[in-house]
Design a protein around this ligand. Structure first.
Ligand SMILES: Nc1nc2c(c(=O)[nH]1)N[C@H]1C(S)=C(S)[C@@H](COP(=O)(O)O)O[C@H]1N2
Ligand SMILES: [Mo]
Length: 324
């Protein structure tokens, strides 16, 4: 039996303790013992930790990028300290305060492998990829299946641009993204009952929808490690668990992929996972959401408010389990 004890993700978010919500970023860095500079490696036994000096990010000077005004918000932006201190990143722990632990992730060198049903498999350095992509900033709403939400400015590029770059075969139907695998750095990955590495995927049609976005930054700066640096998927009309962090591999396939959460608990987490306030999670309602950084609850919207952009993707698929 895979799941015996009750885990964080089985609880409605309202029952979880947001222990780190009120720490600011500087406190977190201090707590992680990093002081004013970010250091390569970390305290968790990464080879060469602290020996290599500060990590230099050659993309940092490119920020901020110009905002694409097509994507507007109906609510205030979430304060940066909330979005960067209240996280889900099970590789570093099952609670929300994983930001200090995530600082152990080493971001350079970082490569992304494109493979599976592509014309030519290739491995590309993250910094080289950024140079070739049409970078911009977008304000998006974000909805976690645990019924909390935020509104954040992502920096990055449309996923469609990355797919064109990868040149999948016309027979490819799905794209799957995979997180790094390094149990030395990520203590959660030493827990063998989880289906590591974290993966999730979507149809090529969804992935080439204009909303699907590859984030490299947030709040006008490169992504903090806890938010999925250096490259993370963003799909604002789907629940947050589809939004794979710290991507090292992008695979094209003609078989519907089974992601991390679906592997863990397929009765609760499916392939499509589109936001719908009328379709409850088996153990809690999805009708409303708590806005991160406040106690306010607001109504959840169909496709998280993005129906005009994406509803057409699901015509003819009404028999599928589209919303969980
Ligand atoms: N690799 C990886 N990606 C992940 C997760 C995770 O645990 N591991 N959690 C997912 C979930 S459930 C959510 S809600 C978002 C949280 O993103 P944030 O911490 O930037 O808000 O990341 C998603 N991507
Ligand atoms: Mo989530």
């Amino acid at each position: 039996m895979l799941i015996k004890r009750r885990r964080g993700w089985e609880l409605p978010e309202s029952a979880a303790t947001p222990e780190a919500t009120y720490l600011n970023r500087r406190d977190l860095l201090k707590a992680a013992g990093l002081g004013a500079i970010a250091v390569a490696g970390g305290a968790i036994g990464a080879p060469g930790a602290f020996a290599q000096g500060p990590e230099v990010d050659p993309t940092a000077s490119l920020y901020p990028f110009k905002q694409n005004m097509r994507y507007r918000l109906d609510r205030p932006l979430t304060p940066e300290k909330d979005a960067t201190t209240y996280n889900n990143f099970y590789e570093f722990g099952t609670h929300k305060g994983i930001a200090p632990a995530a600082q152990a992730l080493k971001l350079r060198p970082w490569t992304v492998r494109f493979e599976g049903m592509v014309e030519t498999p290739m491995t590309v350095g993250f910094d080289e990829l950024v140079k070739q992509m049409p970078m911009e900033e977008r304000l998006y709403r974000f909805r976690c299946v645990e019924a909390w939400s935020m509104a954040v400015p992502w920096s990055g590029f449309p996923m469609k641009a990355m797919i064109e770059f990868a040149r999948p075969l016309s027979s490819a139907k799905y794209v799957v993204m995979q997180t790094f695998m390094d149990p030395k750095v990520a203590p959660g990955q030493r827990q063998s009952w989880y289906p590591w590495p974290y993966t999730d995927g979507l149809t090529i049609e969804e992935a080439t929808n204009e909303l699907a976005f590859m984030a490299t930054g947030i709040y006008g700066k490169p992504l903090p490690k806890q938010n999925g640096a250096p490259l993370r998927f963003v799909t604002p009309w789907k629940y947050g668990f589809k939004q794979v962090k710290s991507i090292v591999r992008v695979e094209f396939t003609d078989k519907r992929p089974v992601g991390y959460w679906e592997k863990l608990q397929s009765s609760e987490y499916g392939f499509w996972a589109n936001v719908n306030p009328q379709v409850s999670h088996p153990r809690w309602s999805q009708a409303t959401e708590r806005v991160l950084g406040s106690d306010e609850r607001v109504p959840t919207q169909l496709f998280n408010g993005y129906a005009d952009f994406v509803a057409g993707l699901y015509k003819g698929l009404e028999k599928e389990r589209l919303y969980a």
